[in-house]
Ligand binder design. Structure first.
Ligand SMILES: Nc1nc2c(c(=O)[nH]1)N[C@H]1C(S)=C(S)[C@@H](COP(=O)(O)OP(=O)(O)OC[C@H]3O[C@@H](n4cnc5c(=O)[nH]c(N)nc54)[C@H](O)[C@@H]3O)O[C@H]1N2
Ligand SMILES: Nc1nc2c(c(=O)[nH]1)N[C@H]1C(S)=C(S)[C@@H](COP(=O)(O)OP(=O)(O)OC[C@H]3O[C@@H](n4cnc5c(=O)[nH]c(N)nc54)[C@H](O)[C@@H]3O)O[C@H]1N2
Ligand code: SF4
Ligand SMILES: [Mo]
Length: 916
């Protein structure tokens, strides 16, 4: 057995991971105690990494037009078809759509090929849906896309403001660090600003449940408050920042567009007026304003509740304004901190992966950039030359495909068929596009159905490269296992295509270390700190240029800039009050708040909020493979305020339909008191691979921020209605019987939930059927669905309940219960019977009886998983609380829940509260 240090491939915290490898298999993972992001901690997704690996479900062979081919044929075809498209329709008919989940080296090579050699500006990334507004906001204020703060600043702050971030679920290790710091420093305060009560509120001293989209008004109000109370830092402003007067004038203008406002309040920035516009209690708002205004050490941490908005850039600047105005930046424990989502969102920004960027923090309009990059890449003699201006941003790119202007698209490591707004329209555009190339690790994704050419990529644990986390820290991901089948590294695939296009010399890489070296050299190329405004870039890692393979392999985590002036990296930016603008001074921006772009009306009266759940990662291609991550939220859901549910005729756990601009969504209602009235929340994770119709991308119209082009994914408009159903059923099937899944076609609703030894399907249907009580109907249905006919069954026609099982050679093959899932007997007990069957063991007589009768009370289903680390379900926890264990510590002592990664502690606390 040996150990390899690497970096987690999920969120932007960028935790160091130590993986144990034995006989070519990763047997376990642990947090790296020496990594500065996590110091040994991991969250539940990180600690389940080894459970998501393995060949089943992976793409292992290249495919062209549905046929498996060898690599030579696949690469030749890519090159031929790209060339044909360019010849027929011009260079700009070719485009790429990349991802913050590519490694920096993959990203660099793709950007170089498309922008540098194919001469098309149309290369964008899913960071457009994620960080684009934060990038634009930083650039407008600081002159560079640079996150000033770091994780330690969060721990050292006296006030931490979480705005539009559910840190507890989405950056769990940083949340745990903050929680620990707060326990150590009783004076530290935490404020959560989010329309929805989230688990992050567990450590909040103050929660502001504002009207969706009203954040700019709130921070404008704060700026006016600081001015009114004499809390501006005049000395800092004089020395280091411009634009206060304009920003303050705009802040005082008030706002008439936020939807909670009944009457326009032009010219009123009093706390009361702002509170009305944001639909907040004035006293609570005033408290926040006092805390912020009177405290120097404030970190405002913001994420998608700010960025994913049609005025996201302005919202970022409204926050940054307050920090600049109070001098709360460039100090330990202070700064406006945009936390990144994807593991390498930051690396993508560094190489220039956004369509408005060229390379290495140079934009098209950066003085001298085009010429400099042309010389660095030695493309002077090429036709075409480098594009001269920005390309299409993500949403516009798919519109260009729809119009037929872009005829060839190469997608790498992202799933636009799910994650873009108007996802059904995106699908139609993809279906129409003459050439769609998809580089992907997994065999079944919604996007692959639209691909003409499928290229199998290596994945985490197989590939080598670097990622940059939220605090500008560059860490190594290290390869330790061979890719399955013929899967290859992304950088290799791109370089091979480049060679076939005739650019062999410029893409003659044999290892990612060489690419990293080139990237590091470009960052420092003609990058003179003395020449601010004349091509100076803050992003400079020239100090890492020239690393040989061993040096690269041994690279320890380090924060950029890394150069001659800062050979050990830079923990915090702007400590000297010098910014990256031509004048060296930061800018406050005038912000005029705008509410959500999507209007509500009688047909779609509810505000749609979308986001993440604790145990899933995006489209679930990896986390969906770990059964223990599937049970926290097993099915697609809709969180609704109890009174809105009542008005719609819906109860908890009932199935319902949301109808939106571009499609609908079927999910199970979760009554949520923390949800505001008139608003619903759905997860972004489910795809056609896991449920019949639960893709949130089809609910949203594309409303874009004018500066960043980022779509407004947080403020849709929907209608909520019950699903009219006659039956609901739970079907458990052995893994080898799931391929056909004939029950899919008959169900109005289905959800697939992988188990350790098979699959669980939640089914519902019969909108026009006569119902579930008829036993003959069910037996016929089951015989049509499954190769093993029902062998055991029992039914209660009066209540419409049925239990049945298929047993072959004495072994359990499937099990069915008609009735709502709330009545499930022990799922893990049933899964264990499937495990027995897989081992060839027969059912005992006792087990046969229990299959029909349900389980003894001790084995009843433990309910939805709360603690994923120790597999503790909600029902067991509630039982323990009722038994007297009414504290997190007591529950931990009895059931072990909450004792490992700590992510479920907020949920434990709310269960204790609810039970009380
Ligand atoms: N478990 C898990 N963790 C992840 C990911 C994942 O898929 N799963 N993805 C990663 C990625 S790529 C990203 S970008 C990050 C995202 O991390 P977050 O930004 O924390 O994630 P979201 O859940 O999308 O949205 C955050 C919050 O914004 C709130 N919000 C909605 N509208 C508004 C508003 O108008 N104002 C305010 N103030 N808040 C609002 C939502 O209610 C939600 O609680 O997470 C990363 N971490
Ligand atoms: N409504 C709504 N929409 C949203 C959001 C929201 O909050 N609400 N959030 C947005 C945000 S912030 C984000 S980041 C996006 C995320 O959305 P996507 O990027 O579309 O989702 P992922 O599932 O992360 O897609 C990554 C794909 O790359 C594959 N992959 C993984 N590693 C590799 C690799 O090394 N190489 C290759 N070639 N493939 C690989 C995975 O199997 C997966 O299919 O969604 C956005 N869309
Ligand atoms: S916090 Fe993020 S980076 Fe750390 S283990 Fe969890 S998912 Fe991975
Ligand atoms: Mo993201």
């Amino acid at each position: 057995m040996h150990q390899v240090r690497t970096t987690c491939p999920y969120c932007g915290v960028g935790c160091g991971v130590v993986a144990d490898i034995a006989d070519g298999i990763m047997t376990s993972v642990d947090g790296d105690r020496e990594h500065p992001a996590n110091f040994g901690r991991l969250c539940v997704k990180g600690s389940a990494l080894h459970e998501t690996l393995g060949e089943p479900g992976r793409l292992t062979r290249p495919r062209v037009d549905g046929r498996e081919v060898d690599w030579d044929a696949a690469l030749d075809t890519v090159a031929e078809r790209l060339t044909a498209t360019r010849q027929a329709h011009g260079d700009e008919a070719v485009a790429a759509y990349l991802s913050g989940q590519l490694l920096t080296e993959d990203y660099y090579v793709a950007n170089k090929l498309f922008k540098g050699f194919l001469g098309t500006p149309h290369l964008d990334t899913n960071s457009r849906l994620c960080m684009a507004s934060a990038v634009a906001g930083y650039k407008r204020s600081f002159g560079a896309d640079a996150v000033p703060s770091n994780y330690e600043d969060l721990e050292e702050a006296e006030l931490v403001v979480l705005v539009g971030s559910n840190l507890a679920w989405n950056h769990p290790v940083i949340y745990q660090r903050l929680r620990t710091a707060k326990a150590r420093n009783p004076l530290m305060r935490v404020v959560v600003i989010d329309p929805r009560v989230t688990d992050s509120c567990e450590i909040a001293d103050l929660y502001l449940g504002l009207a969706p989209g009203s954040d700019a008004r709130l921070f404008n109000g704060l700026l006016a408050f600081m001015a009114d109370k004499g809390r501006l830092d005049r000395v800092y402003l004089e020395g280091h920042a411009d634009g206060l007067d304009e920003a303050l004038a705009a802040a005082r203008e008030g706002d008439a567009s936020v939807e909670a406002v009944a009457a326009a309040r032009e010219g009123d920035a009093s706390v009361e007026a702002v509170a009305i516009d944001c639909d907040l209690d004035p006293e609570a708002l005033q408290t926040f304003y006092y805390w912020f205004a009177s405290q120097l050490h404030v970190v405002t941490l913001y994420s998608q509740g700010i960025n994913q908005s049609s005025s996201g850039t302005d919202k970022c600047n409204a926050i940054i304004n307050c920090h600049l105005a109070g001098g709360k930046i460039g100090l330990p424990g202070a700064g406006p901190f945009s936390i990144t989502g994807q593991p390498n969102a930051m690396g993508g920004r560094e190489v220039g992966g956004l369509a408005n960027q060229l390379a290495a923090h140079m934009d098209y309009d950066t003085p001298g950039a085009l010429d400099r990059v042309t010389r660095f890449w030695a493309t002077e003699s090429l036709t075409p030359t480098l594009p001269e201006g920005p390309g299409h941003k993500a949403v516009a790119l798919f519109e260009a495909i729809e119009r037929g202007e872009v005829q060839a698209l190469w997608v790498m490591a992202t799933n636009p068929a799910v994650s873009l707004p108007e996802a059904n329209r995106v699908r139609a555009a993809l279906a129409k596009c003459p050439l769609v190339i998809v580089s992907e690790c997994m065999a079944n994704t919604d996007l692959i159905a639209y691909a003409d050419i499928v290229l199998p990529a290596s994945s985490w644990s197989e590939k080598d490269g670097t990622v940059t986390n939220s605090e500008r820290c560059i860490s190594r991901q290290r390869g330790m296992l061979p890719p399955p089948g013929e899967a290859r590294h992304d950088w290799w695939i791109i370089s091979q295509v480049a060679k076939r296009l005739g650019y062999g010399e410029a893409f003659d890489y044999s290892h990612p270390a060489e690419i990293f070296d080139e990237h590091a050299r470009l960052s420092g190329f003609e990058n003179d700190a003395a020449a601010r405004g004349k091509g100076f870039r803050l992003f400079d890692i020239s100090g890492l240029a020239g690393l040989d393979r061993d040096g690269y392999d041994a690279l320890a985590p380090i924060q950029w800039p890394v150069n001659a002036a800062a050979p050990k990296g830079t923990a915090r930016l702007f400590e000297d009050g010098r910014f990256a603008t031509p004048s060296g001074r930061a800018r406050l921006l005038p912000v005029r708040p705008r509410g959500p772009a999507q209007a509500l009306d009688d047909t779609r009266p509810l505000r749609l909020n979308t986001g993440r759940v604790r145990d899933q990662w995006h489209t679930m291609t990896r986390t969906g493979r770990a059964p223990r991550l599937m049970n926290h939220r097993a099915e697609p859901f809709i969180e609704v305020h109890p009174e809105d549910a009542l008005a719609a005729g819906l109860g908890d756990q009932q199935l319902a339909r949301l109808s939106g601009a571009d499609g609908d969504y079927l999910g199970r209602v979760r009554l949520a008191k923390g949800q505001r009235r008139g608003e619903v929340f759905v997860p972004m994770h489910w795809t056609d691979q896991f449920s019949k119709r639960a893709r949130m991308g089809g609910l949203l119209s594309a409303h874009l921020d004018p500066f960043s082009g980022q779509p407004e994914s947080k403020h849709g408009a929907v209608a909520l209605d019950p699903l009219q159903l006659c039956w609901e059923a739970t079907l458990l099937v052995a893994a080898d019987l799931t391929a056909e899944a004939a029950w899919r076609d008959e169900a109005t609703y289905w959800s697939r939930i992988p188990l350790a030894h098979g699959e669980r399907w939640q089914l519902a249907g019969g909108e026009t059927d006569k119902g579930a009580a008829d036993l003959d109907d069910w037996l016929a249905r089951l015989s049509a669905w499954l190769p093993v006919a029902p062998t055991l069954w029992c039914s209660d026609p009066t209540s419409g309940r049925l239990r049945a099982a298929g047993v072959a050679d004495g072994r359990l093959r499937w099990w069915l219960m008609v009735g709502p899932p709330a009545e499930l007997p022990g799922l893990s007990w049933l899964d264990e019977r499937l495990a027995e069957a897989a081992r060839g063991d027969c059912l005992t007589d006792d087990a046969r009886r229990r299959l029909l009768a349900g389980c003894a009370s001790g084995e009843a289903d433990a309910g939805p998983l709360v603690c994923s680390c120790h597999q503790v379900g909600q029902k067991s926890i509630v039982a323990a609380i009722q038994d007297g264990d009414a504290s997190v510590e007591a529950l931990g002592a009895r059931l072990a829940c909450g004792t490992q990664c700590g992510s479920c502690i907020p949920e434990l606390k709310s269960l204790i509260e609810e039970s009380a």
